[in-house]
Design a protein around this ligand. Structure first.
Ligand SMILES: [Zn+2]
Length: 439
């Protein structure tokens, strides 16, 4: 099924020029301008989530500065220097992964190498990835080099956790924060790659893969590669979902339908059906939370465009949002968020999941019941003369001028109802409780 000539996208399509970097224009433009004006700094810090292009931009920068025939601030990608940097074999461009080389000796090796002039280019580069992993001793050693760098030396420090880098280091660096990519930006890249690899992919699959990348192009391309290896040259949503084994959006709409109808029986039966399909429970749970968050967002903003969903699904959210109130969704989300960690570490996820679903179904109903009880009570208060309240077991005097109260026949039943209210939700009606106590 798979095409043996197919190369891993994240590698084969890695940007080789600033203009090919997706998004991150602020960083690429500023660096290019620095190159053109000859005003580059000696140390840079690139921070941002994984897969957003930190080391890719660092390598392009190293190439552009050492290129033998640069083109308007961009590397030519054809000269000896460019080719060697791309291959990782250039003698003046060093890459160090601080996650596995984090000690003082590793930094001393850099310091030693930094003493010598570049072998075959103008600048000597040290690209240190995950720099926040260095030990404090190693940071102190690095700081010395950053404080008095020789003119040919450029440091590029990359990190996913800039807050863990000491302020003394940060203050020496020109800083660039790289951001997560938008879904549309990832979609566009995958579409380009699919086109040039002659792979047919439907729009739903394209959207799903882009979304699963969670802002990291590299991750999305990794999923795309897996999809190609499974589906071959034709990726369609049904096959893709089978392969990824992720719940369809429809499932969540069904779940919220059961919850608003307080249909505990159906939700538990449906849950058991879903379990047989072998979904990962945590993914499913997070899906439910995200679903209610989406509904909340649509109720509050009236703007479904804010949702990271396809147009078809956005429309469904608009319809679903009409069935809920903000308060109602907040109550549901409170339960979901409170139980999130419990579920993750539970020894019996299935049972806890069932309990949570039951709770979600009941909460709307309970609030509704209390609402009904309170209005019934209001009506009783209007109807019952003071002297009779809470004393007589005889039926309340029928008076056609008073509003008729359904379901409650005598005041012993009123007392029972009141008790029910107090036990259920004491804080719902504190004033009423005080009045009762004073009698
Ligand atoms: Zn070149």
């Amino acid at each position: 099924m798979s095409d043996s000539k197919y190369k891993v996208s994240a590698l084969a399509y890695r940007p080789q020029r600033f203009s090919e970097v997706v998004s991150q224009e602020f960083a690429t433009k500023t660096l290019k301008n620095a190159i053109l004006s000859g005003k580059t700094a000696h140390s840079y810090l690139f921070s941002g989530p994984r897969g957003t292009g930190k080391t890719t931009i660092a390598r392009i920068f190293a190439k552009a500065l050492n290129c033998l025939s640069p083109e308007n601030g961009e590397p030519c990608n054809k000269c000896e220097n460019c080719i060697e940097i791309t291959n990782g074999s250039h003698p003046d461009v060093f890459e160090l992964d601080a996650a596995s080389n984090r000690g003082i000796d590793d930094v001393r090796a850099i310091q030693d190498a930094a003493k010598y002039y570049p072998v075959k280019s103008k600048f000597k580069f040290f690209i240190v990835d995950e720099v926040h992993m260095l030990t404090m001793q190693a940071f102190n050693a690095l700081l010395k080099t950053l404080e008095e760098p020789p003119p040919y030396l450029i440091f590029i420090l990359a990190t996913t956790n800039p807050e863990k880098v000491p302020a003394t280091i940060l203050s020496r660096c020109q800083k660039f924060g790289l951001h997560r990519l938008k879904i549309e930006e990832i979609t566009e890249q995958i579409q380009k790659i699919a086109k040039s690899e002659k792979i047919m992919i439907d729009s739903e699959s394209l959207f799903l893969i882009s979304k699963l990348g969670d802002g990291a192009l590299r991750d999305a391309l990794g999923i795309f590669d897996l999809a190609v290896s499974y589906c071959g040259n034709k990726i369609v949503i049904d096959n893709l979902k089978d392969f990824l084994n992720i719940p369809d959006k429809e499932i969540y709409f069904k779940i919220s339908g059961f919850i608003r109808n307080a249909d505990t029986k159906s939700i538990l039966e449906y849950f058991s059906e879903l379990l047989e399909q072998g979904f990962d429970l945590i993914t499913f749970y997070n899906g439910i939370t995200e679903h209610f968050r989406n509904i909340l967002l649509v109720i509050i903003t009236s703007n479904p465009k804010q949702l990271d969903e396809s147009d078809n699904i956005r429309e469904k959210y608009v319809t679903e949002a009409k069935e809920f109130t903000v308060d109602g969704i907040l109550r549901l989300m409170k339960i979901l968020l409170e139980n999130e960690a419990r579920l993750k570490y539970s020894g019996n996820q299935k049972i806890l999941f069932e309990v949570i679903l039951t709770e979600l179904c009941r909460i709307e109903k309970e609030v509704y019941d209390i609402g009904v009880l309170i209005s019934e009570l209001e009506a009783i208060k209007k109807k019952t003369p003071d002297s009779l309240r809470f004393r007589s077991a005889t039926p309340v005097v029928s008076d056609s001028s008073m509003p008729q109260v359904k379901n409650i026949k005598n005041d012993s039943e009123v007392v029972a109802r009141l008790k029910q209210i107090f036990v259920l939700e004491e804080h719902f009606i504190p004033d009423l409780k005080n009045n009762n106590g004073s009698r």
